[in-house]
Write a new protein. Structure first.
Length: 206
């Protein structure tokens, strides 16, 4: 990424979980930068096969899904694996996914959640004051949730918290405004897009 400034790799351990036809696969994402823009980073990432949209996974108490190692220190793979919770993370993540897929969410609650994610703190009563770019984001995620998303017709996604979360992740990973697909990927994994997805997960998995 960034004309060679940043390198990344994905590794899979062969695990997968089938949520009534909605297959989720875990990957370990490793990345480092030669231009000083980021520390060496390790994080678990889940891939929803039906749409190839991604979510970070974490058991860490601070809620941060990534382990970051400064370039000024030695990368200790044993310590990183221990901090990631390599043997427990996927099972715990899938337990959260199963709860979300089993939980219905009404249109008002879904709309409120999308508003909180993209309205930048503005009151819903003042929707007319919201910049068009923000309104477009909210409308796009709403349309995905209401049936336009890949896999939106699956029983685990239709009208559920899991379906709403995936409307957000599909928008961030595939539709979010960016100068290029490379920039969108960088945002979805390491930048503003990742922050949006992490916040959505925290709100909906609570």
């Amino acid at each position: 990424l960034g004309e060679g400034g940043k390198y990344w790799a994905l590794a899979t351990n062969g695990q997968a979980a089938n949520l009534s036809g909605d297959v989720i696969k875990p990957y370990l994402l490793l990345a480092t930068a030669c231009d000083g823009s980021m520390a060496t980073t390790a994080q678990f990432t889940s891939v929803r096969v039906v749409c190839q949209n991604t979510l970070s996974m974490s058991l860490r108490a601070d809620g941060n899904s990534a382990i970051k190692v400064s370039h000024r220190t030695t990368f200790d793979s044993v310590a990183v694996k221990r901090e990631l919770g390599i043997d427990q993370t996927f099972d715990a993540f899938m337990a959260s996914v199963d709860r979300m897929a089993s939980t219905r969410i009404g249109d008002k609650a879904a709309a409120d959640t999308i508003w909180q994610l993209f309205a930048e703190g503005k009151d819903m009563a003042k929707a007319n004051e919201l910049p068009k770019q923000n309104r477009d984001k909210i409308e796009s995620v709403w349309d995905l949730f209401k049936g336009k998303a890949h896999g939106a017709d699956l029983p685990t996604a239709r009208g559920t918290v899991w379906g709403l979360l995936n409307a957000v992740t599909e928008y961030v990973d595939h539709q979010y405004r960016a100068r290029s697909d490379e920039n969108r990927l960088n945002s979805a994994w390491f930048g503003q897009g990742k922050a949006i997805k992490d916040r959505a997960f925290a709100m909906l998995a609570a």
